[in-house]
Design a protein around this ligand. Sequence first.
Ligand SMILES: [Fe+2]
Ligand SMILES: [Fe+2]
Length: 180
Amino acid sequence: MKPIGPLMWEHRLIERMIRAVKVEIERINRENTVNPVAVDVAVDFIRTYADRTHHGKEEDILFREMKKKKLTPEHARIMDELMEEHREGRKTVARLVAAKEQYLKGDTSAVATVVECLRWLTEFYPKHIAKEDKGFFYPILSYFSEDEQKAMLEEFWEFDRKMIHEKYNRAVDAFEDGRF
Ligand SMILES: [Fe+2]
Ligand SMILES: [Fe+2]
């Protein structure tokens, strides 16, 4: 299996979540209410799965290995863009969490910001994923030998294996500190 295999499966699950988020946006617009639990579930998915687990493998392993190679200017540019997009995604999720907190304090004007952030995410992910799936992941494989690809795939599995422990270690840290 190619190391981009797991990354592309993960894209498919992210797309499913994006479709579900679109349905939730329609509900918010109809009812003008925020369901904080739905926002929490979406934020946990994006932070833990889409960002830490998925973007983590891209940035901490695939891109790290790419930086050791002599990339074409085009591939170097796309890699920089992808990392910048990951950062923009993190900022939007932070804004979404802040808006949900405002809403919980009784500020109904925060509904518009929640919708704006959710909509941004539903537009961002399909474009970001298409950039990786269609014009990047396959061509960049040619920088790597079969052995290098195998080593990367092994590192992906190890990275994933650690995730559940990292997530719940953080959950206990937060719980101990009273951060819910
Ligand atoms: Fe990405
Ligand atoms: Fe990706």
